[in-house]
Design a binder for this molecule. Structure first.
Ligand code: AGP
Length: 591
């Protein structure tokens, strides 16, 4: 996944691009670049590494232009080098292009273009687009027509920013990767995500699939790429404040976003009942129900499956979106696929949605980004209330997804107040867990754990998803190997891993499951494990005990916060950057 920023206006736009790229750095930080059109030429600057420490005035004082594009890269085709960084130029250096997505047929296009004399300087798929547009400009007068003709030959996905130093135009185009168009008083903006230009305007148009925006100093046009027809698009006012996209005074987005979780639960309580009813209708009508997602969102979907089973007697089959193609042929007309996604741009999820709908099934999306591809594609959607989640690791989005399932489950039972009451209690509990003294206690525990090679987590029933999510958090941010198990699986193999001092997080309960999960804790303790109990009741089997209130099915919405904090503080102990873990990207928009 990469980040795109564009600007066309009266002012010099270089600082707009650099500031915007810094806000999008979570989308990819292998390398970055900027191109600006001024006095009939295109200036370009690219460099490997993160943009965080770059200072425009100090490092690139003479760089300016009122038509600019920029890009942060997460490499897919071609290594992490300056040459492979975007923007990419046409041979005549008239056109500059930035791209998020994949040109699947770039090899054959490249061969054709080389035969016509085009010289390539990078190994990327994206550079093909710059030369293809240049080629089309030989026969198409207008840039927009040359871009349309080029994209008709492209197979794959794209969000594009294109500038033309001759026609003094900027174009944004979208298929499969997000692109937002901003309308400001001093100019127009492009961004992969709203935080890119939120400080300049909160009036946006979410470009739809196969749509492009042609931006000139005097105005803009939204055009359907296939038909060339101009279309009217809704201007949306974004409620997110710029603080959403900043750290709110915290050292990292991760801790800032964890500290927002009480508010996230609060906002979820306020979910519009009509939104819930539309979702409930899809569930009631469904013959078979599946929940499909990736990573953390899949763990939230698994939590939802347990909740709908235990609270609503509904059988929901969880499937990892990446594995969906191997089950897709079994999806039938009256089935329902519930998808869960923070970004709404995860390629595997979108692929699953398209194939489910092709089979005639309905799709319900629990999605956190307004106007995202998933929200557009789904037959019904509920906007989760996490707000802009910048950290690569999903924390508040996970809690918002669990909380939304709680609201949905209570609504389905005709007892919405039950869900609201439970979530208000959960909100209080999370606030307690996040209190300063408690954070100190968790940081001390994390210090103890920071040197271990392996960490395990155990949960049963509705607490099982949290054991998986805990270990994903620990893996992602501290690079310690961590594995979550269902308590019942322990004796079928994993117990062989337990040895002296190995830490095991145990999600315990005070209900009918308590006896079994405590006996699991005893089994690992008997083999030397360092048992950390997380639950409503302490027990002598625990070396460490992290209290959480008893809220029945909803307890995991609070208890996960301990694991998020443990993972975060281990990362700090290991001097790692929790906001930019190695090899990861915020949203996996390629398969
Ligand atoms: C979460 O911490 C991970 N970064 C990752 O597993 C993420 O949950 C997954 O890629 C799904 O993303 P989505 O919610 O945007 O679809």
């Amino acid at each position: 996944m990469c980040g795109i920023v564009g600007y066309l206006g009266k002012e010099d736009g270089a600082h707009v691009i650099i500031d915007g790229l810094k806000r999008l750095e979570y989308r990819g930080y292998d390398s970055w670049g900027i191109a600006a059109s001024n006095d009939g030429k295109i200036d370009i600057h690219k460099q490997v590494g993160k943009i965080g420490g770059f200072d425009l005035k100090r490092d690139l004082p003479a760089f300016h232009g009122n038509i600019c594009i920029g890009h942060t890269r997460w490499a897919t085709h071609g290594g992490v080098t300056e040459k492979n960084s975007h923007p990419h130029l046409s041979c005549d250096k008239r056109i500059a292009v930035v791209h998020n997505g994949i040109v699947e047929n770039y090899q054959e296009l490249k061969t054709e273009l080389e035969k016509k004399g085009h010289k390539f300087v990078s190994q990327t798929d994206t550079e093909v687009l710059a030369h293809l547009i240049e080629e089309k400009l030989k026969t198409k007068k207008e840039l927009k027509d040359a871009v349309r003709a080029s994209l008709k030959e492209v197979e794959g996905s794209y969000a594009l920013g294109i500038i033309d130093r001759e026609q003094k135009i900027m174009i944004g185009a979208r298929l499969g990767s997000p692109l937002v168009f901003g309308l400001g008083k001093d100019g127009f903006y492009l961004g992969s995500d709203v935080p890119a230009f939120l400080e300049f305007t909160n009036k946006v148009i979410f470009l739809g699939e196969h749509e492009m925006v042609e931006v000139k100093p005097e105005g803009y046009k939204i055009i359907n790429i296939e038909s060339g027809q101009q279309i009217k698009s809704k201007i949306v006012k974004i409620a997110w404040s710029i603080e959403d996209a900043e750290k709110g005074g915290q050292p990292h987005f991760m801790i800032k976003e964890m500290l927002e979780q009480p508010m996230v639960v609060d906002k979820t309580v306020g979910t519009d009942p009509t939104e819930l009813e539309k979702a409930a209708k899809l569930i009631r009508k469904a013959k078979k129900i599946y929940v499909v997602a990736c990573g953390t969102a899949l763990h939230a979907g698994l939590y939802g499956a347990y909740l709908l089973a235990q609270n609503n007697d509904l059988m929901v089959q969880p499937i990892s979106a990446g594995e969906f193609p191997y089950f897709g042929h079994l999806i039938k007309k009256n089935d329902l696929v519930i998808t869960v996604s923070q970004s709404g741009e995860t390629a595997d999820v979108l692929g699953a949605v398209r194939s489910a709908q092709a089979a005639g099934a309905k799709v319900l999306a629990l999605v956190n980004v307004l106007g995202s591809s998933l929200m557009r594609l789904a037959d019904g959607s509920i906007l989760t209330k996490a707000g802009s989640e910048i950290c690569v690791l999903s924390t508040k989005a996970y809690v918002s997804q669990q909380a939304m399932f709680a609201m949905l489950s209570a609504h389905l039972n005709g007892k919405p107040e039950e869900g609201k009451k439970a979530l208000r209690a959960i909100k209080k509990d999370i606030k307690t867990i996040l209190e300063k003294d408690n954070l100190k206690k968790i940081r001390k525990l994390a210090k103890k754990l920071s040197g271990v090679p392996n960490i395990y987590a155990l949960g049963r029933g509705i607490n099982y998803p949290n054991s998986l999510e805990s270990c994903l958090k620990i893996k992602e941010v501290s690079y310690i190997h961590a594995e979550g198990f269902a308590g019942g699986d322990l004796k079928h193999g994993p117990i062989a891993l337990i040895e002296k001092d190995v830490p095991v997080l145990v999600f315990s309960t005070n209900d009918q499951v308590q006896k079994e999960i405590i006996s699991n804790a005893m089994e690992v303790k008997a083999r030397g494990a360092y048992v950390i109990g997380i639950g409503p009741e302490n027990n002598q089997v625990f070396e460490e005990y992290l209290p959480v209130s008893a809220n029945g099915f909803y307890t995991p919405i609070a208890s996960i916060v301990y694991s998020q904090l443990i993972a975060y503080y281990i990362a700090l102990e290991k001097q790692l950057d929790p906001d930019k873990p190695r090899n990861l990207a915020k949203s996996v928009t390629v398969k």
